[in-house]
Design a protein around this ligand. Structure first.
Ligand SMILES: [Zn+2]
Length: 338
């Protein structure tokens, strides 16, 4: 049973979200309208495409969502609506992944695309105060060569709010080592970097992301639980794992919620942040993920506050802005009765 008082408290808790994909966050009604407008087939309608039961079903649904974004105005609309929904959950800042290859392979003009995103962001920010940074997430299965094209687009659109680069997608067949040059160049260009790793592969994938790609923040990383040395290293080096519990169950990365290692990782001192990954596709949101931690994994309110502050510390905001946001959060947390 949902504890309404707790849910309300979590909504008031100031939060950031660092791992959330724009294409997986489109409101169902908007997706229906965009699909009709742009002639994209959603077999059985939106509700049916959310009913996937494994990772390939999830990828199919995800690609259909991405295909519904066809004009600058589409990107503007979904960004605006996404940020309004985020702000309503008590989220002050988010870092949003864009699946760049889904749009690059259709020859989408990235200036046009990012101008749409920026227009939606400006409007939402003026109405709610929410802040956002965009990270280009490169599907590993498209390879390193295409990755360099994505990097070029990321550098070219920094003026429209791109702050970082990431890899996601097929972790099994495309290890981090393949993307060493892409990440080196990204870091040299001043982009911030992160990588999905240890989501479906074991600890070696997380080690590779750290040592070969130079990341200080990992998407998921849940399989670090298999390697005590890695957990100790993450703790000592303050390398954060962005944990998305519902996502891991829905994609089959963990067999069930009971087997999710979030509590054990937290208790071992591994620095964690909490995110929803693809809230529309997984039919969740950040408030629901915090609620899940409280109700299923026994996190108390002080621990949830700690996770909220971790989000600020792990963010890619410039140093000064991060310090200011942290001070604001700390003030708000003091005022929030535990
Ligand atoms: Zn993700």
């Amino acid at each position: 049973m949902v504890d309404a008082d707790l849910e309300n408290w979590i909504r008031q808790l100031p939060k950031v979200e660092l791992h959330v994909h724009l294409e997986g966050s489109i409101r169902p009604q908007t997706l229906t309208e965009l699909a009709a407008k742009n002639g994209v087939d959603l077999p059985g309608g939106v509700t049916a495409i959310y009913q996937f039961s494994d990772f390939s079903g999830f990828l199919d649904a995800y690609m259909r969502c991405a295909a519904c974004l066809c004009t600058q105005g589409d990107f503007e609309r979904v960004t605006y609506e996404f940020l309004l929904d985020q702000a309503a959950l008590g989220i002050h800042y988010c870092e949003v992944f864009l699946s760049s290859m889904q749009h690059l392979r259709r020859d989408f003009d990235f200036d046009c695309l990012m101008q749409g995103i920026q227009a939606g962001y400006r409007q939402a920010r003026s109405e709610t105060g929410i802040r956002m940074g965009v990270i280009f997430d490169h599907g590993r299965q498209f390879g390193a060569q295409e990755g360099l094209r994505v990097l070029e687009r990321a550098i070219g659109t920094r003026k429209f709010g791109v702050i970082g680069l990431s890899i996601g997608g097929d972790e099994v067949n495309f290890p981090p080592e393949l993307f060493e040059e892409m990440f080196l160049r990204a870091r040299q260009a001043g982009l911030r970097v992160t990588a999905h790793a240890g989501e479906v592969r074991g600890p070696e994938s997380v080690w590779g992301a750290i040592h070969k790609l130079g990341v200080r923040r990992i998407g998921h990383g849940i399989h670090a639980i298999q390697d005590p040395d890695l957990m100790a290293y993450l703790q000592q080096q303050r390398i954060y794992l962005d944990i998305c519990p519902t996502s891991n169950v829905r994609t089959g990365a963990v067999p069930s919620l009971n087997e999710h290692p979030v509590r054990r990782l937290f208790d071992a001192g591994v620095p964690l942040t909490i995110s929803s990954d693809d809230p529309a596709l997984f039919q969740t949101n950040l408030v629901q993920e915090y609620l899940l931690l409280a109700q299923h994994f026994g996190f108390d309110r002080r621990e949830l506050q700690q996770l909220s502050l971790n989000g600020v510390r792990a963010s890619f905001l410039p140093e000064q802005e991060r310090a200011e946001l942290q001070a604001r959060f700390q003030q708000a947390l003091t005022a929030l009765v535990v």
